[in-house]
Design a protein. Structure first.
Length: 305
Protein backbone atom coordinates (compact mmCIF):
# COMPACT_ATOMS: atom_id res chain seq x y z
CA UNK A 1 0.00 0.00 0.00
CA UNK A 2 1.39 3.42 -0.99
CA UNK A 3 0.77 6.28 1.45
CA UNK A 4 1.28 10.03 1.02
CA UNK A 5 2.21 11.74 4.34
CA UNK A 6 1.73 15.51 4.39
CA UNK A 7 3.01 17.46 7.39
CA UNK A 8 5.05 20.67 7.66
CA UNK A 9 6.59 19.57 11.00
CA UNK A 10 9.64 17.49 10.13
CA UNK A 11 9.66 15.42 13.34
CA UNK A 12 5.93 14.50 13.04
CA UNK A 13 6.36 13.55 9.39
CA UNK A 14 9.50 11.51 9.94
CA UNK A 15 8.00 9.71 12.94
CA UNK A 16 4.92 8.77 10.93
CA UNK A 17 7.11 7.64 8.06
CA UNK A 18 9.12 5.46 10.43
CA UNK A 19 5.99 3.79 11.88
CA UNK A 20 4.39 3.21 8.48
CA UNK A 21 7.60 1.90 6.91
CA UNK A 22 7.94 -0.54 9.83
CA UNK A 23 4.40 -1.74 9.08
CA UNK A 24 5.53 -2.43 5.52
CA UNK A 25 3.88 0.52 3.74
CA UNK A 26 5.59 2.43 0.98
CA UNK A 27 5.68 6.14 1.85
CA UNK A 28 5.99 9.37 -0.12
CA UNK A 29 6.10 12.79 1.56
CA UNK A 30 4.97 16.38 1.13
CA UNK A 31 5.66 19.33 3.43
CA UNK A 32 2.64 21.51 2.62
CA UNK A 33 -0.73 21.51 0.88
CA UNK A 34 0.53 22.57 -2.53
CA UNK A 35 3.21 19.88 -2.54
CA UNK A 36 0.51 17.39 -1.49
CA UNK A 37 -1.58 18.31 -4.55
CA UNK A 38 1.48 17.95 -6.80
CA UNK A 39 2.39 14.58 -5.32
CA UNK A 40 -1.19 13.41 -5.66
CA UNK A 41 -1.25 14.34 -9.37
CA UNK A 42 2.08 12.56 -9.95
CA UNK A 43 1.08 9.41 -8.03
CA UNK A 44 -2.72 9.25 -8.51
CA UNK A 45 -2.41 5.93 -10.38
CA UNK A 46 -1.06 3.89 -7.49
CA UNK A 47 -1.67 5.95 -4.35
CA UNK A 48 -3.81 4.18 -1.71
CA UNK A 49 -4.08 6.68 1.16
CA UNK A 50 -3.31 10.28 2.13
CA UNK A 51 -2.45 11.19 5.74
CA UNK A 52 -2.56 14.98 5.93
CA UNK A 53 -2.02 17.55 8.66
CA UNK A 54 -4.73 20.22 8.92
CA UNK A 55 -2.71 23.26 10.03
CA UNK A 56 0.02 24.09 7.52
CA UNK A 57 1.34 27.38 6.07
CA UNK A 58 0.19 28.58 2.61
CA UNK A 59 -2.22 25.89 1.37
CA UNK A 60 -3.52 24.11 4.49
CA UNK A 61 -4.71 20.50 4.66
CA UNK A 62 -8.40 21.33 4.25
CA UNK A 63 -7.85 23.35 1.05
CA UNK A 64 -5.45 20.76 -0.35
CA UNK A 65 -7.98 17.95 0.14
CA UNK A 66 -10.76 20.05 -1.42
CA UNK A 67 -8.51 20.62 -4.46
CA UNK A 68 -7.64 16.90 -4.65
CA UNK A 69 -11.32 15.90 -4.47
CA UNK A 70 -12.09 18.40 -7.29
CA UNK A 71 -9.36 16.88 -9.49
CA UNK A 72 -10.68 13.38 -8.77
CA UNK A 73 -14.20 14.45 -9.68
CA UNK A 74 -13.12 16.14 -12.93
CA UNK A 75 -11.01 13.16 -13.98
CA UNK A 76 -13.63 10.64 -12.81
CA UNK A 77 -11.08 8.91 -10.59
CA UNK A 78 -11.92 6.26 -8.01
CA UNK A 79 -12.25 7.28 -4.38
CA UNK A 80 -8.98 7.65 -2.44
CA UNK A 81 -9.15 7.52 1.38
CA UNK A 82 -7.89 10.61 3.24
CA UNK A 83 -7.14 10.77 6.98
CA UNK A 84 -6.68 14.19 8.58
CA UNK A 85 -4.19 14.67 11.41
CA UNK A 86 -4.67 17.51 13.86
CA UNK A 87 -3.96 18.63 17.40
CA UNK A 88 -7.49 20.05 17.63
CA UNK A 89 -10.18 17.78 19.08
CA UNK A 90 -12.95 20.39 18.57
CA UNK A 91 -16.19 19.04 17.08
CA UNK A 92 -16.21 21.85 14.50
CA UNK A 93 -12.65 21.01 13.34
CA UNK A 94 -13.59 17.37 12.81
CA UNK A 95 -16.81 18.35 11.03
CA UNK A 96 -14.95 20.73 8.70
CA UNK A 97 -12.33 18.08 7.84
CA UNK A 98 -14.86 15.40 6.97
CA UNK A 99 -16.98 17.90 4.99
CA UNK A 100 -13.87 18.90 3.00
CA UNK A 101 -13.49 15.30 1.83
CA UNK A 102 -11.71 13.48 4.67
CA UNK A 103 -12.71 9.94 5.62
CA UNK A 104 -11.24 9.91 9.12
CA UNK A 105 -9.59 12.20 11.64
CA UNK A 106 -6.75 11.38 14.05
CA UNK A 107 -5.88 13.60 16.98
CA UNK A 108 -2.21 14.37 17.58
CA UNK A 109 -0.14 13.06 19.26
CA UNK A 110 -1.17 9.91 17.46
CA UNK A 111 -1.11 6.66 19.40
CA UNK A 112 0.85 3.97 17.59
CA UNK A 113 -1.84 1.41 18.35
CA UNK A 114 -4.62 3.58 16.89
CA UNK A 115 -2.48 4.31 13.83
CA UNK A 116 -1.86 0.58 13.28
CA UNK A 117 -5.59 -0.20 13.64
CA UNK A 118 -6.59 2.59 11.21
CA UNK A 119 -4.00 1.42 8.71
CA UNK A 120 -5.44 -2.08 8.88
CA UNK A 121 -8.90 -0.68 8.07
CA UNK A 122 -7.44 1.43 5.24
CA UNK A 123 -5.63 -1.62 3.86
CA UNK A 124 -9.01 -3.35 3.58
CA UNK A 125 -10.45 -0.33 1.74
CA UNK A 126 -7.43 -0.21 -0.58
CA UNK A 127 -7.82 -3.93 -1.41
CA UNK A 128 -11.54 -3.49 -2.03
CA UNK A 129 -10.86 -0.46 -4.22
CA UNK A 130 -8.30 -2.37 -6.33
CA UNK A 131 -10.80 -5.19 -6.87
CA UNK A 132 -13.46 -2.66 -7.84
CA UNK A 133 -11.17 -0.90 -10.33
CA UNK A 134 -10.21 -4.25 -11.88
CA UNK A 135 -13.80 -5.47 -12.15
CA UNK A 136 -14.88 -2.12 -13.65
CA UNK A 137 -12.13 -2.48 -16.24
CA UNK A 138 -13.19 -6.03 -17.05
CA UNK A 139 -16.83 -5.01 -17.19
CA UNK A 140 -16.11 -2.15 -19.59
CA UNK A 141 -14.05 -4.47 -21.76
CA UNK A 142 -16.83 -7.06 -21.84
CA UNK A 143 -19.49 -4.44 -22.55
CA UNK A 144 -17.58 -3.12 -25.57
CA UNK A 145 -16.16 -6.34 -27.04
CA UNK A 146 -17.76 -9.03 -29.17
CA UNK A 147 -17.55 -12.28 -27.20
CA UNK A 148 -16.71 -14.47 -30.24
CA UNK A 149 -14.27 -12.47 -32.32
CA UNK A 150 -12.87 -10.20 -29.59
CA UNK A 151 -13.26 -7.04 -31.69
CA UNK A 152 -15.43 -3.98 -30.90
CA UNK A 153 -19.14 -4.80 -30.69
CA UNK A 154 -21.71 -2.68 -32.52
CA UNK A 155 -22.16 -0.23 -29.66
CA UNK A 156 -18.49 0.47 -29.24
CA UNK A 157 -17.91 0.48 -33.03
CA UNK A 158 -20.48 3.27 -33.35
CA UNK A 159 -18.85 5.22 -30.50
CA UNK A 160 -15.47 4.89 -32.27
CA UNK A 161 -17.04 5.91 -35.59
CA UNK A 162 -18.52 9.06 -34.01
CA UNK A 163 -15.13 9.85 -32.52
CA UNK A 164 -13.31 9.35 -35.84
CA UNK A 165 -15.91 11.44 -37.68
CA UNK A 166 -15.26 14.35 -35.28
CA UNK A 167 -11.50 13.96 -35.76
CA UNK A 168 -11.98 13.91 -39.53
CA UNK A 169 -14.11 17.09 -39.35
CA UNK A 170 -11.44 18.85 -37.30
CA UNK A 171 -8.49 17.68 -39.41
CA UNK A 172 -10.33 17.75 -42.74
CA UNK A 173 -8.89 14.29 -43.43
CA UNK A 174 -10.61 11.57 -45.43
CA UNK A 175 -12.38 8.90 -43.39
CA UNK A 176 -13.40 5.70 -45.15
CA UNK A 177 -15.99 3.31 -43.78
CA UNK A 178 -16.67 -0.19 -45.03
CA UNK A 179 -19.22 -2.83 -44.14
CA UNK A 180 -18.49 -6.44 -45.09
CA UNK A 181 -20.51 -9.61 -44.90
CA UNK A 182 -19.50 -13.24 -45.47
CA UNK A 183 -20.93 -14.67 -48.69
CA UNK A 184 -23.38 -17.59 -48.45
CA UNK A 185 -22.42 -18.06 -44.83
CA UNK A 186 -25.60 -20.00 -44.10
CA UNK A 187 -24.22 -22.70 -46.40
CA UNK A 188 -20.99 -22.82 -44.35
CA UNK A 189 -23.02 -23.46 -41.20
CA UNK A 190 -25.27 -25.97 -42.95
CA UNK A 191 -22.37 -27.87 -44.55
CA UNK A 192 -19.68 -27.78 -41.87
CA UNK A 193 -21.64 -27.11 -38.68
CA UNK A 194 -22.14 -24.10 -36.41
CA UNK A 195 -18.79 -24.56 -34.61
CA UNK A 196 -16.99 -24.46 -37.95
CA UNK A 197 -19.02 -21.33 -38.77
CA UNK A 198 -17.80 -19.73 -35.53
CA UNK A 199 -14.20 -20.69 -36.35
CA UNK A 200 -14.60 -19.13 -39.81
CA UNK A 201 -15.84 -15.84 -38.30
CA UNK A 202 -12.85 -15.75 -35.94
CA UNK A 203 -10.38 -16.59 -38.75
CA UNK A 204 -11.84 -13.97 -41.12
CA UNK A 205 -11.48 -11.28 -38.46
CA UNK A 206 -7.90 -12.39 -37.72
CA UNK A 207 -6.98 -12.13 -41.41
CA UNK A 208 -8.47 -8.67 -41.75
CA UNK A 209 -6.84 -7.49 -38.52
CA UNK A 210 -3.53 -8.68 -39.93
CA UNK A 211 -3.80 -6.28 -42.88
CA UNK A 212 -5.24 -3.30 -40.97
CA UNK A 213 -3.09 -0.41 -39.77
CA UNK A 214 -2.83 0.28 -36.03
CA UNK A 215 -5.23 3.24 -36.22
CA UNK A 216 -7.89 1.33 -38.20
CA UNK A 217 -10.93 -0.10 -36.44
CA UNK A 218 -12.86 -3.31 -37.00
CA UNK A 219 -16.11 -4.13 -35.24
CA UNK A 220 -18.83 -6.75 -35.41
CA UNK A 221 -22.10 -5.12 -36.41
CA UNK A 222 -24.09 -8.32 -35.90
CA UNK A 223 -24.22 -11.91 -37.18
CA UNK A 224 -21.74 -12.22 -40.06
CA UNK A 225 -21.57 -8.50 -40.76
CA UNK A 226 -18.57 -6.37 -39.75
CA UNK A 227 -17.59 -2.71 -40.02
CA UNK A 228 -14.20 -1.18 -40.78
CA UNK A 229 -13.14 2.42 -40.15
CA UNK A 230 -10.06 3.75 -41.92
CA UNK A 231 -9.06 7.22 -40.70
CA UNK A 232 -6.67 9.49 -42.63
CA UNK A 233 -7.17 7.72 -45.95
CA UNK A 234 -5.99 8.84 -49.34
CA UNK A 235 -9.31 9.04 -51.20
CA UNK A 236 -7.73 7.53 -54.35
CA UNK A 237 -6.61 4.49 -52.37
CA UNK A 238 -9.96 3.56 -50.80
CA UNK A 239 -11.02 0.97 -53.36
CA UNK A 240 -7.54 -0.58 -53.63
CA UNK A 241 -7.25 -0.94 -49.84
CA UNK A 242 -10.66 -2.54 -49.38
CA UNK A 243 -10.02 -4.86 -52.29
CA UNK A 244 -6.88 -6.00 -50.46
CA UNK A 245 -9.08 -7.07 -47.56
CA UNK A 246 -11.44 -8.91 -49.89
CA UNK A 247 -8.61 -10.80 -51.56
CA UNK A 248 -6.97 -11.61 -48.17
CA UNK A 249 -10.06 -13.71 -47.47
CA UNK A 250 -10.45 -15.19 -50.93
CA UNK A 251 -6.80 -16.12 -51.49
CA UNK A 252 -6.82 -19.32 -49.41
CA UNK A 253 -9.50 -21.40 -47.71
CA UNK A 254 -9.91 -21.31 -43.94
CA UNK A 255 -8.81 -24.58 -42.35
CA UNK A 256 -10.88 -25.88 -39.46
CA UNK A 257 -10.15 -29.32 -38.00
CA UNK A 258 -8.25 -30.27 -41.16
CA UNK A 259 -11.17 -29.33 -43.39
CA UNK A 260 -10.70 -26.56 -45.97
CA UNK A 261 -13.57 -24.09 -46.03
CA UNK A 262 -13.55 -21.65 -48.94
CA UNK A 263 -14.80 -18.24 -47.89
CA UNK A 264 -15.37 -14.93 -49.65
CA UNK A 265 -16.67 -11.58 -48.47
CA UNK A 266 -18.59 -8.73 -50.08
CA UNK A 267 -17.76 -5.17 -49.05
CA UNK A 268 -19.70 -1.92 -49.27
CA UNK A 269 -17.54 1.17 -48.95
CA UNK A 270 -18.10 4.85 -48.60
CA UNK A 271 -16.33 7.97 -47.34
CA UNK A 272 -17.45 10.50 -44.77
CA UNK A 273 -18.78 13.63 -46.45
CA UNK A 274 -17.98 15.87 -43.47
CA UNK A 275 -20.31 18.63 -42.40
CA UNK A 276 -23.45 17.51 -40.63
CA UNK A 277 -23.51 14.00 -41.97
CA UNK A 278 -24.48 11.52 -39.23
CA UNK A 279 -23.02 8.08 -38.60
CA UNK A 280 -26.42 6.59 -39.45
CA UNK A 281 -26.30 8.19 -42.92
CA UNK A 282 -22.72 7.03 -43.41
CA UNK A 283 -23.47 3.44 -42.37
CA UNK A 284 -26.64 3.39 -44.49
CA UNK A 285 -24.63 4.36 -47.58
CA UNK A 286 -22.05 1.66 -46.87
CA UNK A 287 -24.89 -0.84 -46.34
CA UNK A 288 -26.47 0.11 -49.67
CA UNK A 289 -23.11 -0.43 -51.38
CA UNK A 290 -22.85 -3.83 -49.65
CA UNK A 291 -26.33 -4.73 -50.86
CA UNK A 292 -25.27 -3.85 -54.40
CA UNK A 293 -22.13 -6.02 -54.05
CA UNK A 294 -24.33 -8.94 -52.99
CA UNK A 295 -26.86 -8.34 -55.75
CA UNK A 296 -24.24 -8.08 -58.47
CA UNK A 297 -22.32 -11.28 -57.82
CA UNK A 298 -20.68 -11.21 -54.32
CA UNK A 299 -16.93 -11.45 -53.58
CA UNK A 300 -16.49 -7.83 -54.66
CA UNK A 301 -16.11 -4.29 -53.35
CA UNK A 302 -18.67 -1.63 -54.26
CA UNK A 303 -17.76 1.98 -53.57
CA UNK A 304 -20.41 4.68 -53.08
CA UNK A 305 -18.69 8.03 -52.54
N1 LIG B 1 -21.72 -19.98 -36.79
C1 LIG B 1 -22.32 -18.81 -36.67
N2 LIG B 1 -23.25 -18.43 -37.58
C2 LIG B 1 -23.82 -17.23 -37.45
C3 LIG B 1 -23.49 -16.34 -36.41
N3 LIG B 1 -24.23 -15.23 -36.56
C4 LIG B 1 -24.99 -15.38 -37.67
N4 LIG B 1 -24.75 -16.59 -38.21
C5 LIG B 1 -25.36 -17.21 -39.38
O1 LIG B 1 -25.10 -16.46 -40.53
C6 LIG B 1 -26.04 -16.87 -41.52
C7 LIG B 1 -26.46 -15.69 -42.36
O2 LIG B 1 -27.23 -16.15 -43.39
P1 LIG B 1 -27.93 -15.22 -44.44
O3 LIG B 1 -28.37 -13.93 -43.80
O4 LIG B 1 -28.96 -16.04 -45.14
O5 LIG B 1 -26.79 -14.79 -45.40
P2 LIG B 1 -25.74 -15.65 -46.25
O6 LIG B 1 -26.04 -17.10 -46.24
O7 LIG B 1 -24.37 -15.25 -45.77
O8 LIG B 1 -25.97 -15.12 -47.70
P3 LIG B 1 -25.53 -13.73 -48.32
O9 LIG B 1 -25.24 -12.77 -47.20
O10 LIG B 1 -26.68 -13.30 -49.16
O11 LIG B 1 -24.33 -14.01 -49.13
C8 LIG B 1 -27.21 -17.52 -40.78
O12 LIG B 1 -27.21 -18.89 -41.06
C9 LIG B 1 -26.88 -17.26 -39.32
O13 LIG B 1 -27.29 -18.33 -38.49
C10 LIG B 1 -22.52 -16.79 -35.45
O14 LIG B 1 -22.15 -16.08 -34.50
N5 LIG B 1 -21.97 -18.00 -35.63
Amino acid sequence: MKVLIVDDTNTDRLLLKLHLSKMGFSVIEATDGQEAINQFVLNAEDLDLILIDVQMPNVNGIDAVKAIRDIQKQQKQEWLPVIFLSASAEDEAIEEAITAGGDDYLIKPISQKILAAKMLAMQRIADMRRRLVESNRLFEEMASTDYLTDVANRRSFEVLLTHEMSASRRGLSCLACGVFDLDKFKAVNDTFGHDAGDAVLIAVVERIKHVLRQSDVIGRLGGEEFGIILPNMDINEVLVVFDRYRSAIEESPIVHENVEIPVTISIGVTVFNGGNETKEELLKRADEALYEAKETGRNKVVYRP
